[in-house]
Ligand binder design. Structure first.
Ligand code: GLA
Length: 368
């Protein structure tokens, strides 16, 4: 068995021909709006996933994850089958490429990642996008950054079997660490919105991990589709906040689900405006309102996550906090006064550990 951190050369007996990387993402606001045709506002993390690759002359893929260690996993192109393991993301990408008419020869790949798994920072999109960038470099594929995001989403929807929207892959492909991506998920039109210079983001992982392929994510998505059908629209975000009275016709919990989606999408535009104006108070208020809506209307928070948000509320230099990502655990994102984030994060993490017995991790601000 190879050592957990074996180099590409140790694993495969030769040097890589190409390398690439992609970041994780923190969604600032607009949660569960992406599969409803709404707006989202993710920003890239400094934590990144890196891949090194080399061509093969056959149709075999051998893939090694530095974090998992052990012998490389292996499969034959065009014979991809779901295994319920990390290799499914690689298999999903090669199948999505083949289905899009871009079959490649086999390759060896080593993956290493600083993006923590199950923390709501979308390690999966970081893997898909870094892999697609690596394959683009290795085989000279002519795919642009939006196509990369679409192929990554397809990998996850089809082979992995997680019915996710397009936000995470678009963020990993197009967002910056200093500028969030305001994305209209219906048209894929986007613009970059810089983080105000007076602001700093804090992200704390709750130590409670989530699982998207199953359960509640799928239930929420189905509820939204039912609500849209009952309202006679293709996607819930075809309706704006001015149509809210129509939601009273929906049975519970569909009315509350739809209200969250429509309001959180509207909050994205307001948040982008507040960021451009450097109005951190308004941005913080929007974070708080978004969190309350996820907790009460969309019901995707947990007591641990709520504890983190409440602790953030008692910090004078934190303007607002909310859960980020799919929910049921993961991380909380906070907007802080520049220079105060790390101190506040450490205090919050300490009290959180005492109150819940969980092991939090401060992911942002990152190490200098
Ligand atoms: C997960 C999914 C995204 C999005 C978020 C919730 O991260 O991958 O597509 O739906 O949840 O906003």
């Amino acid at each position: 068995m190879s050592a957990p951190f074996a180099s590409f050369e140790e694993l495969f007996g030769r040097a890589p021909d190409a390398s690439a990387e992609a970041p994780g993402r923190v969604n600032l606001i607009g949660e569960h709006t992406d599969y409803n045709g709404g707006l989202v506002l993710p920003i890239a993390t400094p934590q990144r996933t890196r891949v090194q690759l080399a061509r093969r002359s056959d149709r075999v893929v051998r893939a090694s994850s530095a974090e998992v260690g052990g012998e490389p996993a292996q499969y034959v192109l065009c014979e991809e089958v779901r295994r319920g393991q990390w290799i499914d993301y690689v298999q999903g990408v090669t199948r999505a490429l083949a289905e899009a008419g871009m079959s490649t020869p086999g390759f060896d790949i080593r993956i290493s990642s600083e993006v923590p798994l199950g923390s709501g920072l979308s390690s999966s999109a970081a893997l898909e996008v870094s892999l697609l960038r690596g394959l683009r470099a290795l085989f000279g594929l002519s795919i642009d950054d939006v196509t990369i995001a679409r192929l990554g989403q397809r990998a996850e929807n089809d082979l992995v079997g997680a019915p996710v929207g397009i936000m995470d892959q678009m963020a990993a492909s197009l967002a910056g660490t200093d500028a969030a991506l305001m994305l209209d998920t219906r048209t894929l039109a986007y613009e970059l919105v810089p983080l105000p210079p007076e602001a700093e983001l804090v992200v704390i992982a709750s130590g409670v991990t989530h699982e998207h392929a199953g359960g509640e994510y799928r239930v929420r998505r189905a509820e939204c589709e039912r609500a849209a059908a009952m309202l006679g629209v293709d996607l819930l975000c075809s309706l704006g906040p001015e149509s809210e009275e129509r939601l009273s016709a929906l049975p519970e919990p569909l009315g509350r689900r739809a209200r969250h989606v429509i309001r959180d999408s509207a909050r994205v535009r307001a948040a982008a405006g507040a960021m451009r104006a450097g109005d951190l108070r308004t941005l913080g208020d929007l974070f708080r309102a978004s969190h309350a809506s996820m907790r009460d209307d969309y019901e995707i928070s947990t007591t641990e996550i709520d504890t983190l948000v409440t602790l953030a509320d008692s910090e004078p230099d934190i303007f607002g906090a909310r859960m980020t990502g799919g929910g049921f655990g993961g991380s909380v994102v906070m907007v802080a006064k520049k220079g105060s984030g790390l101190g506040a994060a450490k205090r919050i993490a300490r009290s959180y550990a005492e109150k819940t017995g969980r092991k939090p991790t401060v992911l942002l601000p990152g190490p200098p």
